[in-house]
Each structure stands twice: as C-alpha cells, then as structure tokens.
Design a binder for this molecule. Structure first.
Ligand SMILES: NC(=O)c1ccc[n+]([C@@H]2O[C@H](COP(=O)([O-])OP(=O)(O)OC[C@H]3O[C@@H](n4cnc5c(N)ncnc54)[C@H](O)[C@@H]3O)[C@@H](O)[C@H]2O)c1
Length: 319
C-alpha cells in the first residue's frame, strides 16, 4: 500500500502516528510549505513535493490522506480520486458545497474507498450507544463544543479560510448528532461576534437549532472563547431514554430501567485509521463509518447554519 499525504501540519501528525503503529510506511508527502514538506519527508523517509499534481503523477499512490485547511480545498481530493487512490480526508471536506460535490462525484466515478476523519464515529462510546439505541426512536440531540482557541492561529480564526467554528470545529458534534438522528432538513442559528480580541473574526458564541427529517429536533452550542471542563459533549433523548457522551470517553444515562455508566478506552483517533486501512486492504467501503458523501451532508448542515447567522432566518439544508 503506497501512502501519500497532502498537507503535513497538525492533524497529519496524528494520522502519521497511527500509520506508524500499523506499520504502514508513508512514501510521499506534499505541502505548500516546502520546508515542512522536507522535514516530514526526512522523518518518514519519504519523497517531498510542493505540488500535489506532480506527486500524484510521479508516485501514483494507492492511498492519499488530505490534511489541509477547509479554505485550501480546490481539486486535491478530486484529482487523487481520478488517479485511482483511496482517500482519507480530514474534516471538514471543503469550505463550500460546490468543491465538495465535485470531489464526491469524482470519488463515485472512480469507485475508490473513501473516509472522512470524523473520529467520534469510531469511539467505544459511539459503538455502545448505537447498540443501546438500535431499537429505539431518538427524538432530540443536544451537543456542544466549548473551547478557547489560542489567539493568532495562522488560519483558524479567519472566516475566509476556516468558515467559522460550526463548519470547522463543531462539525464533529453536528456529524455525531447526524449519525444518531439522521438527515437534517432545516436550521436556525444565532451568534455573537467581537467577544475576545484576536481569536476569531467570526461569531465566537453560537447556538443552532436543527429539525431532522424524522421529526426529531436538535440544538448545538459552540464557543471558542471559554475554557470549559466538559468541552465536547452530546446528549440524546427519546421516550424513557437519556444518554450523555462526553469527551473523556464517558457514557452515562438511563435507557428504560437500565442505568448506563460506561467508560470507553478508544476515542476513535487510532481506530478510524485502522478501520480505513482494513477497508482499503479488503477493498470494502462497507467497513467505513464516515464516507465522503455522508460528510458532504454534515458540511451542508453547518453551511446552512452559517447562512442563518447572516439572514436571521430559518435556512433549509441543501440537498
Ligand atoms: N480531530 C480532528 O479531526 C482534527 C483536528 C485538527 C485538525 N483537523 C482538520 O485537519 C485539517 C488541517 O488542519 P491542521 O490543524 O492540520 O492545520 P495545519 O495548519 O496544522 O496544517 C495544514 C497544512 O496544510 C498545508 N497546506 C495548505 N494548503 C495546502 C495545499 N494546497 N497543498 C498542500 N498542503 C497545503 C499547510 O502548509 C500546513 O502544513 C483542517 O481541515 C482541520 O479541520 C481535524
């Protein structure tokens, strides 16, 4: 399996560690930052590139990991798919639906294995929750992503590159709630800007209500200006059902007469890469829990939330 990377910054380091543990060497890396490309290539004993097209042509990788900021996505995923490579794409898949749909079409046309890095889908607590709710109707999802970002991050706080916290970060919570509650039809969001100096040029506190196709309702809050102990959490509600999934791998609640008090050990970071490698080895997309096409739907929900911040209206989620 010849593996290549497009973008070798922060999250790429996490995926590289998992690949090392799986004893899957990396053959080539591409980064527009030539110095970074060289450094990581030396660490990985790989070849460095600054142009992904040249890398795809010369290396013909079997697998490509893309780990670039949302606003940097142009045709990298589509080009890699057209070259026949399986794809692991860091979330969110792009900053607009046109780019994402173009890539999704290219993936479908090439028929390559594809996965997006929504690691929470691969955690122990998510697997346990799926078991507990398999024969139950979920009627409400509550989620939050509360954190304080460092000021002066090179791109995170710039709307032009990140598309804001809901698209870039809280996307994990939107995606997990979609995983349990299904497709969303409309959203309504409020936000406030200018809370803190230098963190972000977009709304730093947001609330977003969601209506799902099933009739279920959801509500997701985000902030990037406050250090919260319980930063990434998801709660699920149904008839005589309450479950709370927390960032420390905790799952607590009540399902009928059964009290739930469970702690997982795997948060999903390693397992998502392990599962992807298995899917590529077996050429079986059925092993993937977070396909590219499904991730485009999560992007559509968060982009609709951004539109709602602007218009103040209920916004339909694009098909
Ligand atoms: N838990 C997670 O799933 C998680 C965590 C962090 C980041 N991410 C996602 O990973 C992506 C990257 O984030 P990061 O924190 O690694 O950012 P980063 O800034 O640390 O690294 C991004 C790298 O991409 C390179 N790059 C930019 N445009 C490029 C291009 N056109 N071709 C090649 N290289 C290019 C940059 O030079 C940089 O080295 C983002 O979409 C982010 O949301 C996911």
């Amino acid at each position: 399996m010849k593996i290549a990377f497009i973008g070798v910054g922060g999250i790429a380091g996490n995926y590289r560690r998992s690949l090392k543990q799986l004893e899957r060497p990396i053959a080539a890396v591409c980064d527009i930052n030539a110095e970074r490309a060289e450094t990581i290539a030396t660490e990985e004993n790989a070849t460095a590139y600054t142009d992904h097209g040249e890398m795809l042509e010369k290396e013909k990788p079997d697998v490509v990991f893309t780990c670039i900021p949302p606003g940097a996505h142009t045709t990298q995923v589509a080009d890699a798919a057209a070259s026949g490579a399986a794809l692991f794409v860091a979330k969110p898949v792009a900053q607009d639906l046109e780019t994402a749909q173009h890539a999704s079409d290219a993936i479908a046309a090439a028929g390559v294995i594809n996965q997006v890095g929504y690691m929470a889908r691969y955690s122990d607590i998510t697997a346990k929750t799926r078991e507990l709710v398999s024969d139950r109707q979920l009627t409400m999802g509550i989620g939050r992503f509360l954190t304080r970002m460092g000021a002066g991050h090179p791109w995170w706080g710039k709307f032009d590159v990140s598309r804001g916290q809901m698209v870039e970060q809280t996307t994990h919570v939107f995606d997990l709630i979609r995983y349990f509650l299904g497709d969303a039809v409309s959203v309504h969001a409020y936000g406030i800007k200018g809370v803190s100096d230098g963190i972000a040029d977009f709304e730093e506190c947001t609330v977003c209500n969601i209506k799902f196709e099933s009739g279920a309702v959801g509500s997701i809050t985000s902030t990037c200006v406050a250090r919260a102990h319980d930063s990434f959490a998801t709660e699920l509600v149904g008839d005589d059902l309450y479950l709370k999934l927390t960032h420390d791998n905790g799952l607590r609640g009540q399902v009928g007469d059964e009290g739930i008090d469970y702690t997982g050990t795997e948060a999903g970071y390693f397992r998502q890469v392990e599962q992807f490698v298995k899917a590529v080895d077996a050429n079986d997309q059925g092993l993937v829990l977070s396909s590219y096409a499904d991730a485009v739907k999560t992007l559509a929900v968060t982009l609709a939330a951004n539109r709602s911040l602007e218009t103040g209206e209920i916004e339909q989620v694009a098909e």
